[in-house]
Design a binder for this molecule. Structure first.
Ligand code: AMP
Length: 381
């Protein structure tokens, strides 16, 4: 553990959303000082950090100044440019390394990397012009999914290509830039593995969890996923392999499609704590946020043991359609854990918070967390 960045030190977070907020809560609990950097003010992270620095992502001098004042830099937002991570790295270690970010922030690079190391992914083609799209669709077939290569999350910059879809409109809808065309996968379920790798190469994971999505946005995570042992082993081994080959120091989530045959295909990587790991905050000995802190500070990784089956339901801005949700009724349910991210504007689809429930089985936890969410929505009307 020599060279570890110990409690009392300053950790810098690039980005200022809810992932940074929960990271900051975990870090401050352990006595670290947290600085956050983003173009915004009074942010979810800034509200709980020690220092909130406001700066533009492409202002490299501002990024350098930020890094000069901390002992290690990590991020909670993956669209930080290589130039910014390199500028930060002049003054403090950046973990995970900027190269991890560079690979995972762009679907073309990510898919090519995964395919190059033999990880199963959906059949795909990189499409770099409108003209190339026709040929790519002819090869991949319909239905397929067109995704912009950069800056995509929660289904943004994505469209499904059906038998009658006009390709011109799909190309424009995906941003009219470099894209990846993927075969549409008729998966049985979606699962993910959140894991961490320490500075010493140690690896710990939070088991396989099941995710259900609504409008391409994560809706409910059930932990653990009830899957055959072979699927569990494959998912963990694929995750471990990705960590090793990418050289990740920190937390990363691997999202998978699980086919009815038991075959796993990797859909996406997120080089940071992930929405599907939020349940760990309440349900595990060490949360994904504390694990990120431990990894990037060079501390030994914590135990990932899950204390009880759990489920997490997202609270999106839509829940505010009829006014403020009924928090009072949520608070009358003693086993429901409420997390709100301190965002002032509840836009539709915006992640405003989440609920977690621990129960005797994953199915029971999922039923109860969905019921709790319905109750606070109803109360709000
Ligand atoms: P992504 O932004 O790539 O994570 O996509 C968001 C969601 O869209 C996924 O979680 C899936 O539910 C769905 N999706 C994305 N790609 C595909 C695909 N190739 N086949 C079927 N569904 C997909």
């Amino acid at each position: 553990m020599s060279g570890a960045i110990l409690p009392g030190s300053r950790v810098g977070v690039l980005g200022s959303g809810q992932l940074g907020r929960m990271f900051a809560i975990a870090a401050r609990r352990m006595g670290y000082r947290v600085h956050t950097f983003s173009p915004d003010y009074d942010t979810p992270t800034g509200q709980v950090a020690d220092v909130e620095v406001r700066g533009q992502w492409d202002d490299l001098d501002a990024v350098r100044e930020f890094a000069r004042n901390v002992d290690v830099v990590t991020f909670e937002f993956e669209n930080v440019s290589s130039a910014s991570t390199a500028a930060a790295a002049e003054f403090a270690p950046v973990r995970p390394d900027g190269s991890v970010l560079n690979t995972t922030q762009n679907r073309k690079r990510e898919k090519r990397f995964l395919a190059s190391i033999g990880i199963p992914v959906a059949p795909f083609e990189v499409v770099e012009s409108r003209d190339a799209l026709d040929a790519a669709v002819a090869r991949i077939g319909r239905p397929s999914v067109l995704k912009s290569a950069g800056f995509g999350y929660d289904g943004k910059g994505q469209s499904k290509i059906m038998a009658d879809t006009d390709l011109g409109a799909a190309w424009t809808g995906a941003g009219g830039n470099e894209c990846v065309l993927e075969a549409f996968i008729h998966f049985e379920r979606e699962v993910s593995v959140v894991a961490a790798r320490g500075l010493d190469g140690s690896f710990e994971h939070f088991e396989v969890v099941e995710n259900s999505h609504s409008r391409h946005i994560l809706d409910v995570t059930t932990a653990p996923a009830i899957v055959p042992d072979a699927v569990r082993r494959d998912a963990v081994e694929i995750t471990r392999c990705i960590f090793e080959r990418l050289g990740v120091v920190g937390v990363l989530c691997v999202e998978f499609f699980l086919e009815s045959s038991g075959r796993l295909l990797v859909n996406e990587l997120a080089p940071r704590p992930h929405n599907s790991g939020h349940f760990t905050f309440d349900a595990c000995v060490t949360s994904q946020f504390e694990q990120q802190l431990r990894a990037v500070c060079g501390l030994p990784l914590g135990s990932t043991v899950q204390l009880r089956p759990a489920a997490m339901a997202n609270l999106l801005g839509d829940l505010w359609a009829q006014g403020e949700p009924d928090w009072e009724s949520v608070c009358t349910m003693p086993d429901v854990k409420l997390h709100l991210y301190g965002k002032a504007e509840p836009r539709p689809g915006r992640k405003m918070g989440h609920l977690t429930v621990l129960a005797d089985s994953p199915g029971e936890a999922a039923r109860r967390v969905v019921a709790a969410r319905e109750r606070c929505a109803r109360g709000g009307r």
